[in-house]
Every structure is written in structure tokens, then in C-alpha cells.
Write a protein that binds this ligand. Structure first.
Ligand code: PLP
Length: 376
């Protein structure tokens, strides 16, 4: 089996897996319990918080907050609920046309209940229209939510520069970035990004599914979305999923070290070789976002008049797993919203997405290429 769908989810790292099992079987105390087993759970949650803070350069001692959630979808939803509150009528939201559904549909929901939503366009390379963005912001804009890396194309937004421009002219506007597809692929530095909220998801960087992170900048108020007990400093109620939290902390530490050791350069070299061969073997293709600043693990390629869904199923029969569009819409027959926003030509829009991780090697790429040769 060759797994090339790492933007959908990743294999749990073996060290992370061991930690996870250890907590499930040995240190399974409730973090609110007063006896040693509970205290141990509480301490391991705090250790994970520190690991995540280091991963994203957050300063817990100065008031930055890192809270654990059930997934990035929850974190993204929580940001919108917190910022928009109860009196939503007339509030202004800015997102891009290519956000993940957990942001895109959240904005749609708020539009239906009375908010005003501006969706910023991207060009044919997937690059955000920054002048439209700057012209759209108003003094009464409540939130700007823009992803750091696009899950379908790997195109990077320059969040650091965008937030600098926004904060210069509109210091009160809150900025959120969904950094799910950036984690482990490029450094994430909340000090440089200067955003008010940032979201991560464990399963995109070799931690288990069902664990997310929400970063909240110091001084930024946050109204909890899940109300109940006092867990997570009262910001996210519910008995903590200690095993998942510990696993995510470990995965964050490993990802930080791997990035420092240059893993992203190795993955990018493999991806670039794959793209070079794809172009040589199948001249009638479009690699979406190729001209843009892209993350090094992702290739979204459309082959002229070839249906990506059929290709995905054909490859799967050969034991090679890639996706058509995002995992969320891979069963939908309609073309990708992201590629439509990029004005992708109709003959190429039913593309496939190949996304690599540290688990992949050259022979995976050779098998993919030979399988595609047989299928196309
Ligand atoms: N944001 C982005 C950019 C994603 O790619 C995904 C998952 O595909 C999510 C959010 C949702 O993550 P989760 O599965 O943790 O809810």
C-alpha cells in the first residue's frame, strides 16, 4: 500500500503511538482528580501545552493561550462563535473563497443569520487578491479569517504581511488563521504572524485524529463555545482527552525537530522530481498553483479530459492512495470549489491531489508514476 494522501490525514508517528498507548493503558486518570494519577494527567497536559507553545512560538508566560479542542473544525467554529457573540446582525466577516468548509460554511451560517460576509477572490494561481482584501476591511469588520496553506493546492498565504497591513490600518480587527495544512510543513511563528487566533489539527502532523489546538493571543478575549466544567482554564469544557493531548504534544515536538533538520526540503525535492516526471510523461496537464509560493508536499494536477475520481479509484485498485479534491468532497461529483475559484479550465478541473509526508520515498513515486502510465 502506498499512501500519498497526507493532506487528508497522516499516519501516527511510531513514538507518538507509544506515548498514546502508554497514557491509555497506564496514566488514564482524569486530570481533574486530586490523587496522584489525576495530577499526573494534569501535568502531562501542561507539558503538551508547552510543547505546542514551542512549536508555534507562543509565550504562555506572557498570556498567550493554547487550548486543546476535539479537532480543527471545533477550533475554527469556536473562533467565529467567540468573536461574533449573540448580536450578529450587521457584523462584517471577511474570509477567502478557498477556505476549508469549517471556515467557509461557518461564515455562510453567520450570513444566513444576519452577518455580512465578504469573500476575497484568488487568481488563477490561487493567490489571494490582497488589494480586494484591504479595500474590503472596514472599521466595523469583526473578523478576517484566512488560511495559511490551502489544503487542495498547497498555495501559501503571506499571513505575516497581511496581518501587518491589517493591524497598521485597522488595529481592532481580529485576525484568525487556519494553519492546519502548515503544521510540520513550514515553521509557524505566532509572534511573526501576529494573528489573534490560530488553529491546528493533530492528525495532519502524525498525531491521532480527534485532537485540535486553538491559539489565542495575549489580551484577546475569548468566549467559550463549549460550556460546562472548568477544564482548559474554563475556555473549553469537557474531560480532557489526555492520551490525544499527550500524543499531539509529542507530535509537535517531533515536527519542530524534523523541520529544523530539513525534512521539508527532502519532501519538496521528492515532490519536485515527481512533478518533473508527471510533466514529462503526461504533457497535457495543469499543476494548480505551480506558479505560486506553494508548500513542498502537495501537487494538485489535472490531466486533460481525464476524470480524477476514476483515476483515484483506478490507483486505489493498484494500492496507491491519492485524493480527488479534498477528502471532504472526494465523493461529491461537483468540481472543487477551490479550483473553480481559480478559474480552472473545465477539461482539467477534475484533478487529483498527491500529498507527501516524511513516510514517503522514491519507490512510492516510481510506483505512482508507473500506475498512472497504465491508467491514463
Ligand atoms: N482546516 C483545514 C485547512 C483542513 O485541511 C482541515 C482538514 O482537512 C480542517 C481545517 C479540519 O480539520 P479537522 O479534521 O481536525 O476538523
Amino acid at each position: 500500500m502506498i499512501y500519498l494522501d497526507n493532506n487528508a490525514t497522516t499516519k501516527i508517528d511510531s513514538k507518538v503511538f507509544l506515548k498514546h498507548c502508554e497514557v491509555l493503558r497506564k496514566n488514564y486518570g482524569n486530570a481533574s482528580s486530586l490523587y496522584p494519577m489525576g495530577v499526573e494527567s494534569k501535568n502531562s497536559i501542561e507539558d503538551s501545552r508547552i510543547q505546542v507553545a514551542k512549536f508555534i512560538n507562543a509565550d504562555l508566560n506572557s498570556g498567550d493561550r493554547v487550548i486543546f479542542t476535539s479537532c480543527a473544525t471545533e477550533s475554527n467554529n469556536a473562533v467565529f462563535h467567540s468573536v461574533l457573540g449573540q448580536n450578529v446582525k450587521g457584523q462584517h466577516i471577511i474570509i477567502s473563497e478557498v477556505e476549508h468548509p469549517s471556515v467557509y460554511n461557518m461564515a455562510l451560517y453567520y450570513e444566513e443569520v444576519g452577518c455580512e460576509v465578504t469573500r476575497i477572490k484568488v487568481d488563477t494561481n490561487g493567490v489571494l487578491n490582497v488589494s480586494q482584501l484591504m479595500n474590503s476591511i472596514r472599521n466595523d469588520t469583526s473578523i478576517v479569517s484566512l488560511m495559511m496553506v490551502n489544503s487542495e493546492t498547497g498555495v501559501l498565504n503571506d499571513i505575516e504581511n497581511i496581518s501587518k497591513m491589517i493591524k497598521q490600518s485597522f488595529p481592532k480587527v481580529l485576525i484568525h488563521t487556519d494553519a492546519v495544512q502548515a503544521a510540520g510543513k513550514t515553521p509557524i511563528d505566532t509572534k511573526l504572524l501576529n494573528v489573534d487566533f490560530l488553529t491546528l489539527s493533530g492528525h495532519k502532523f502524525h498525531a491521532p485524529k480527534g485532537i485540535g489546538v486553538l491559539y489565542i493571543k495575549r489580551g484577546v478575549s475569548f468566549n467559550p463555545f463549549i460550556i460546562g466544567g472548568h477544564q482548559e482554564m474554563g475556555l473549553r469544557a469537557g474531560t480532557e482527552n489526555v492520551a490525544n493531548i499527550v500524543a499531539l504534544g509529542e507530535a509537535a515536538e517531533i515536527a519542530k525537530k524534523s523541520l529544523e533538520d530539513g525534512i521539508n526540503t527532502e519532501i519538496e525535492a521528492l515532490r519536485d522530481y515527481m512533478e518533473q516526471e508527471l510533466k514529462r510523461l503526461f504533457p497535457y496537464n495543469i499543476i494548480f498553483g505551480e506558479q505560486s509560493n506553494r508548500i513542498g508536499n502537495t501537487t494538485n494536477i489535472g490531466f486533460k479530459a481525464v476524470d480524477g475520481t476514476k483515476l483515484v479509484l483506478g490507483l486505489a485498485q493498484k494500492g496507491v492512495f491519492v485524493s480527488s479534491g479534498t477528502a471532504c468532497n472526494s465523493i461529491s461529483a461537483s468540481p472543487s470549489r477551490v479550483l473553480s475559484a481559480m478559474n480552472a479550465p473545465s477539461e482539467y478541473i477534475r484533478s487529483i491531489r498527491i500529498s507527501l509526508s516524511k513516510e514517503n520515498c522514491m519507490s512510492d513515486i516510481q510506483t505512482l508514476l508507473s500506475s498512472l502510465k497504465e491508467l491514463i
